[in-house]
Design a protein around this ligand. Structure first.
Ligand code: HEM
Length: 472
């Protein structure tokens, strides 16, 4: 236990006094764990000991310099019961390396970091915006076109999940059969709500997860039945084609490479989870901040109008000419701070950190909040201020900004998330001005679920079509 360890090893990281059995579990504010823990500390919940790593030098040590020693995810007893411990997010060792390498290679083939994917993102935003325009007074988009208050949560989630769906199982989306994918998306959106119904939530969660798995299995079955061309159309296709190379040796895949059908199911689910919630939460923060700070929104719109002719949509190539907008998106991510303690890691060997002994098996949480709110790093750490990422009017990278983490296990989808954020944000602000509903004070309060997200809000989107074009 922590107490024994600390007595036996004075070099074990310090921690607050603990209760027997429960350790420090009651000292952590479950709603704000990232706020209640501000130092490098070890705490214990039950038998588990976790170290919180704070500050840029130490966080870089864990994620980058000594990254190979902390690259694994810890195993919770409930994890293998509720979630699988394979796939991309939860696997370790060679199994993780094989899934990650194959997924990155395949996503690159399907346009990650290239123009093709950008066009796909643009298409989704255009669908979203055109739907707003086409609908007349009685349609579900009536509110949007008339500037009436609406909650953008569902629409944003839907658009973002369509992108990840088209990459993973796009073949069937194109045929107009988006049902399976839509069901998965709805379940993903429902997950945080299910967690609210504790106790018993884990049982529901497990059942929902099983349903998700069988949806994906069904999707894979459809892909198998339809594999008649040489070309892979989406991620599932590409994975199945790789598996089929090894059919003579192993019906369910290549034993030596860890590419197996159960891993295909888990990787697909991981892409849905990781690819939907994080991007859509960031976009919800973005619209909220715009409505909260109308002058900043106005400056961004001036920049968009200066660089992008109103007859076309913004593209990634425009970003270098839009330092203020680029900085504002970074500021949304800094303030949104949606994954405040990063994803957990575990020490794979006995090692030392800041002079403290970190025994093998210690869980580590890198406190990204300590970077994103560091008063020594940011002029106004608690206030939204795009100037944080500007110097002499040019965009400036900042070391203390790691929303996607860093090192070998850095977010696998960063190159998808960045164009998603830029294209959604700029296309929406090119066409709409977001503002608080009349007589309403918007709040920047957050709630804690899979990510830190804004509390549900209503917002008005005023069409800019009739506004005169602003020239600088
Ligand atoms: C604003 C959007 C996003 C943010 C802030 C974000 C952030 C993160 C963070 C902090 C991690 C943990 C990294 C670590 O352990 O060091 C992570 C992992 C991951 N992300 Fe993202 N992410 C975003 C979007 C996406 C998208 C669009 C995808 C889909 C392709 C994605 C796929 C993944 C996967 C598969 C992992 C697990 C990687 C591994 O364990 O090897 N993410 N992300």
């Amino acid at each position: 236990s922590y107490g024994q360890r600390r007595r036996q090893d004075p070099n074990y990281p310090p921690g607050p006094p603990q209760m027997p059995i429960f350790g420090n579990i009651f000292q952590i504010d479950s709603k704000n764990p990232h706020i209640s823990i501000q130092e490098v500390r070890s705490v214990r919940g039950g038998q588990e000991s976790t170290s919180f790593v704070t500050g840029l030098p130490l966080i870089k040590e864990v994620l980058v310099n000594q990254g190979h020693l902390f690259v694994d995810r810890p195993r919770a007893p409930s994890q293998s019961y509720i979630f699988k411990i394979n796939g991309l997010f939860a696997s370790n060792g060679q199994e993780w390396k094989d899934q990650r390498r194959f997924t990155l290679m395949t996503l690159r083939n399907f346009g990650l970091g290239k123009k093709t994917l950008e066009l796909q993102i643009q298409k989704e935003v255009i669908y979203f915006i055109e739907a707003i325009r086409e609908e007349k007074d009685d349609g579900p988009f009536f509110f949007y076109s008339t500037g009436q208050p609406f909650d953008p949560h569902f629409q944003i989630n839907n658009a973002v999940s369509n992108i990840i769906c088209s990459v993973t199982s796009g073949k069937y989306e194109k045929k107009g059969d988006g049902l399976v994918c839509t069901k998965i998306f709805i379940a993903v959106v429902l997950f945080p709500r299910i967690m609210e119904y504790l106790p018993g939530a884990h049982k529901k969660l497990f059942r929902e997860f099983q349903k998700l798995e069988s949806f994906v299995a069904q999707m894979i079955k459809q892909h198998k039945e339809d594999q008649n061309s040489e070309e892979a159309h989406d991620f599932i296709d590409a994975y199945l084609k790789e598996l089929s190379k090894y059919l003579p040796f192993c019906f369910k895949g290549n034993i030596s490479s860890n590419l197996k059908e159960n891993n295909l199911v888990s990787c697909t689910l991981d892409l849905f989870f990781a690819g939907t919630e994080s991007t859509s939460t960031t976009l919800r923060w973005a619209l909220l901040y715009m409505a909260f700070y109308p002058e900043i929104q106005g400056k961004i719109q001036v920049e968009i109008d200066r660089v992008v002719d109103h007859s076309r949509w913004p593209t990634m190539a425009d970003r270098e000419n839009m330092p203020y907008t680029h900085a504002a998106i970074h500021e949304v991510q800094r303030m949104g701070n949606i994954i405040p303690l990063n994803a957990p890691r575990v020490a794979t060997v006995d090692t030392t950190l800041a002079g403290y002994h970190v025994p093998k098996g210690t869980r580590l949480l890198t406190n990204l909040t300590s970077l994103h709110r560091d008063p020594k790093e940011w002029a106004t750490p608690e206030t939204f201020n795009p100037e944080h990422f500007l110097e002499n009017g040019e965009f400036k990278k900042r070391e203390s900004f790691l929303p996607f983490s860093a090192g070998k296990r850095v977010c696998l989808g960063e190159q998808l998330a960045q164009p998603e954020l830029f294209i959604f944000f700029t296309c929406l602000l090119q066409r709409f001005t977001f503002q608080a509903p009349p007589d309403t004070q918007l709040s920047l309060d957050f709630q804690f679920g899979l990510t830190i997200s804004p509390v549900p809000y209503q917002i008005c989107a005023l069409s800019r079509e009739t506004e005169p074009k602003i020239n600088l």
